[in-house]
Design a protein around this ligand. Structure first.
Ligand SMILES: [Zn+2]
Length: 229
């Protein structure tokens, strides 16, 4: 991250995958945000229908400002969709709306990886901030190498969080695609391919983030070992 020793080459595959995933998602979004769904359903319609299908009448669907701000809030039981998704009938919008609603359905189902991920949130956000600081201090305060080791353990929780995010994201997308197909909201094969491409490109950005976290941790471990020798 901030160290320029030989271990920086470990990050090259992560950087390549991150750039590739970004290109994939902007390519898919560019194309499928212009493709209108033949059903005429909006993102908001899809979210409401998927919630009702699962008996989640108490979960609200709201509009939220900004771009890429779409999320499910488990504390207030609200699916929030950005205006561009809420009001749009594009294939991209339907895919995003169904995916975010998929998280609400996971929550209602007590889907284990989601519970695990939620439990990790506080410790992971601490770990991703404090970990690198402790590691840096450990490196510069030469005799205090235990700081370096503590930093590595703390940062490992942030890495674990990125890893447990993967099944949560893939599962939400699988639920989304099954619903879009089964409900008949997407009938056309080309539209279905578009929704799949949108969601798999989005999933790839999470894979890239997890790989970056894993390789960064590996760097820290190698740096710590180098100091012990
Ligand atoms: Zn998601």
């Amino acid at each position: 991250m901030f160290l320029f020793d030989y271990t920086i080459i470990l990050l090259i595959p992560a950087i390549i995958l991150t750039v590739y995933a970004q290109a994939k998602i902007s390519g898919a979004y560019g194309r499928y945000s212009k493709m209108r769904s033949s059903s005429g359903a909006t993102g908001a319609d899809v979210a409401r229908a998927l919630l009702n299908e699962n008996g989640l009448y108490d979960v609200q669907v709201e509009q939220v400002a900004g771009n890429l701000t779409d999320h499910y809030d488990p504390r207030t039981h609200v699916v929030r969709l950005s205006s561009g998704v809420y009001n749009s009938t594009s294939i991209a919008a339907l895919a995003v709306a169904a995916h975010e609603t998929g998280h609400a359905v996971q929550h209602a189902d007590s889907y284990v990886p989601l519970k695990l991920r939620s439990a990790f949130v506080p410790v992971a956000s601490f770990g991703s901030q404090a970990g690198p600081i402790l590691i840096l201090l450990g490196i510069f305060l030469q005799p205090v190498s235990f700081l370096l080791n503590i930093g590595i353990y703390v940062f490992a929780f942030a890495v674990l969080f990125q890893i447990v995010t993967l099944p949560v994201e893939y599962n939400a997308s699988n639920r989304a695609l099954a619903f879009l197909g089964d409900s008949g909201i997407i009938k056309d094969a080309e539209e279905m391919t578009g929704a799949k491409k949108m969601l798999s490109a989005a999933a790839l950005t999470y894979v890239a983030a997890a790989l970056t976290a894993i390789l960064t941790l590996l760097r820290f471990v190698l740096i710590a070992q180098g100091r012990d020798d």
